[in-house]
Write a protein that binds this ligand. Structure first.
Ligand code: ADP
Length: 274
């Protein structure tokens, strides 16, 4: 009887101990989220403040009054560009909170993936060209159909392509592969850029998470892009994952979306189950 009650006591201790450990872990997670939010706010303030200096300078130029038409045009272009940058940051911020909060209605239309990929490539092209990178496309399942919101599907891919470009040095290579199996469409976006640290890899899709800022970066971001990608992919019944062999060896993002039911059968690129 003594043994039994001792065992019971030990079990109870264990329970309390486990509870304490999981509470401490939860607190650590909360502190971590809190810290990331602080960092994010500092970053947001910084990113929103940056465009104000050139806009202020433009105002000074215009105030002088004696500007040539060419100078006037140039000055207005500066203002437009800076406002565009601020607007897209704020749009992303509003969008990510609405999508993750489930407040955005998605269209439910049938789309061929070939068209979605082409639209995304067209949107990412200016950045890729500016950075003199090569974009190689392997489209083995162009006719594969998915059901969803066309604009959002393009946005998902554009985000992955823009990241591949941003985090790959000038002259690098970006590959996109489109395949399908019996039930899913697979899209791989691969680059030979800076890669992702093993410690960062499990968190890249979390809100506000950002890696080291490389001096070569095309434009500042806020760590929203991949959180938005994951939220949108999941709302389409799909999944997305990231892989990298570490710093310097490139990154690979794999997107999986369910094939539309009752779609015309398209010869699969690979034998299922192979
Ligand atoms: P942002 O690009 O604004 O920082 P994202 O949510 O798009 O935010 O990406 C989060 C982080 O994931 C980035 O800061 C970067 O460190 C890392 N990352 C994303 N895509 C790539 C890529 N193709 N190669 C290397 N790192 C990447």
């Amino acid at each position: 009887a003594l043994d039994a009650s001792r065992r019971e006591l030990q079990a109870a201790y264990q329970l309390v101990e486990n509870e304490l450990v999981s509470r401490r872990e939860a607190e650590a997670r909360l502190r971590d989220t809190d810290r990331r939010k602080d960092e994010f706010l500092a970053m947001l303030a910084h990113e929103l403040r940056n465009p104000l200096a050139p806009i202020g300078m433009a105002a000074q130029i215009l105030r002088v009054g004696t500007v040539t038409p060419a100078r006037l045009k140039q000055t207005c272009e500066i203002i437009d560009r800076q406002i565009g940058h601020m607007t897209s940051l704020l749009d992303d911020l509003l969008d990510v909170s609405r999508v993750t909060g489930g407040l955005v209605a998605l269209a439910q239309e049938r789309h061929e993936m070939g068209g979605i990929v082409r639209d995304a490539v067209e949107q990412a092209r200016p950045l890729v060209d500016m950075r003199r990178q090569r974009l190689s496309l392997t489209l083995s399942a162009q006719a594969a159909q998915v059901v969803g919101d066309g604009t959002r599907l393009v946005q998902i891919l554009t985000n992955l392509l823009n990241n591949a470009s941003k985090y790959t040095p000038q002259g690098g290579v970006i590959e996109l592969e489109l395949t399908q199996d019996a039930t899913m469409v697979h899209i791989v976006v691969r680059d030979n850029g800076i890669g992702i640290d093993a410690a960062l890899l499990p968190h890249v899709f979390d809100l506000f998470v950002q890696g080291e800022r490389s001096p070569d970066r095309a434009q500042g971001g806020l760590g929203l892009g991949l959180a938005l990608v994951r939220a949108l992919v999941e709302r389409h019944g799909g999944s997305v994952s990231a892989a990298s062999r570490g710093p310097g060896s490139g990154s690979e993002f794999t997107l999986r979306l369910p094939l539309a039911q009752g779609a015309e059968p398209v010869p699969a690129a690979r034998e299922p189950g192979g």
